[in-house]
Design a protein around this ligand. Structure first.
Ligand SMILES: [Zn+2]
Length: 297
């Protein structure tokens, strides 16, 4: 027993220290193509990777992928199917389709810049800018910017937010594959106001979050039968107490969040504990299967 222990301690001491390990974000960021494996979302949205992803075609009948230089237009086949569905539906509400922002890297995983999530091929950012045309060149897709639908003071939507935005968001929320959608809080407030009494169950999936004023972020559920994929907790039903989420937790975003109540003089708030950012994760932080995803052809 003692010898086993000593061996274990020696082994640990000889192991490469964590600081010398390359960040997983550098390894996944260097991947140019998907892994030649069956599709699988592995781990959680903010700590995982993905096998067998599919590239969203750069342009389709009702969408264009933006910022192609980032090579983040790779998603789980379920995500690609969802984008095709929602972009086609957007044409019913007067839009030509959708401008699609980041999905995931070719093999998912943490990124060296930007998002904490988008790691398992099930998150997609969709621009608030209604497409003027769907034949943008590569260069135009790098230079064009989206628009903000939020007022300068961050308390309400501005004139850029239209009925079409609300209709597209509702359609996305009603899609059975969707787990939740992140929007700037004023968008949810406006949608709570517009929704009729009989038609608001879907509002539960619209979740307020800082940022998300120039795009909305759709998160799909773990695809059926994928046991390596970890469903997000708490669920949207938990978060909204089974209701529509049009409550004081929503109002908080445009009150106390923007104007934090003053703390008593002399008493400093405790500093938040430092959490490591996904871009600093090493392979040891990710599910073991992610090594196979990196190594696969
Ligand atoms: Zn996002």
């Amino acid at each position: 027993m003692a010898r086993i222990l000593i061996g274990l301690i020696l082994g640990l001491a000889l192991a490469v220290p964590a600081a010398a390990q390359p960040p997983a974000s550098a390894l996944f960021g260097a991947q140019k193509t998907a892994s030649n494996q069956p599709p699988a979302a592995i781990g959680t949205y903010a700590k995982g990777c993905a096998a067998g992803l599919v590239q969203l075609p750069e342009s389709g009948p009702t969408w264009q992928a933006m910022r192609l230089s980032r090579n983040r237009n790779w998603g789980h086949p379920e995500t690609i199917a969802f984008i095709r569905r929602l972009s086609a539906e957007a044409t019913r509400f007067g839009w030509r389709g959708l401008y699609v922002g980041d999905i995931s890297q070719p093999r998912g995983g943490p990124m060296t810049s930007g998002h904490a999530s988008h790691q398992i091929g099930l998150d997609v950012d969709i621009w608030m800018l209604p497409p003027a045309r769907l034949n943008l060149s590569r260069a135009e897709r790098e230079s064009i910017s989206s628009i903000s639908v939020r007022s300068e003071d961050q308390r309400r939507v501005n004139g850029n937010f239209t009925r079409s935005h609300a209709a597209i968001l509702r359609a996305a929320a009603m899609d059975r594959s969707v787990d939740r959608i992140f929007v700037t809080p004023p968008v949810k407030i406006e949608m709570c106001r517009q929704a009729t009494r009989a038609d608001r169950a879907w509002l539960q999936k619209i979740r307020p979050l800082y940022g998300h004023n120039t795009h909305f972020h759709v998160r799909l559920k773990c695809p059926p039968g994928e046991r390596s994929c970890e469903t997000q907790r708490p669920t949207v039903a938990d978060l909204s107490g089974g209701g529509d989420g049009c409550d004081e937790t929503l109002t908080w975003w445009v009150t106390d969040y923007l104007d934090p109540p003053k703390t008593r003089p002399g008493k400093k708030p405790d500093p938040a504990p430092k959490k490591s950012h996904p871009r600093d994760y090493t392979m040891a932080d990710l599910p073991a299967q992610c090594r196979n995803v990196l190594a696969a052809n």
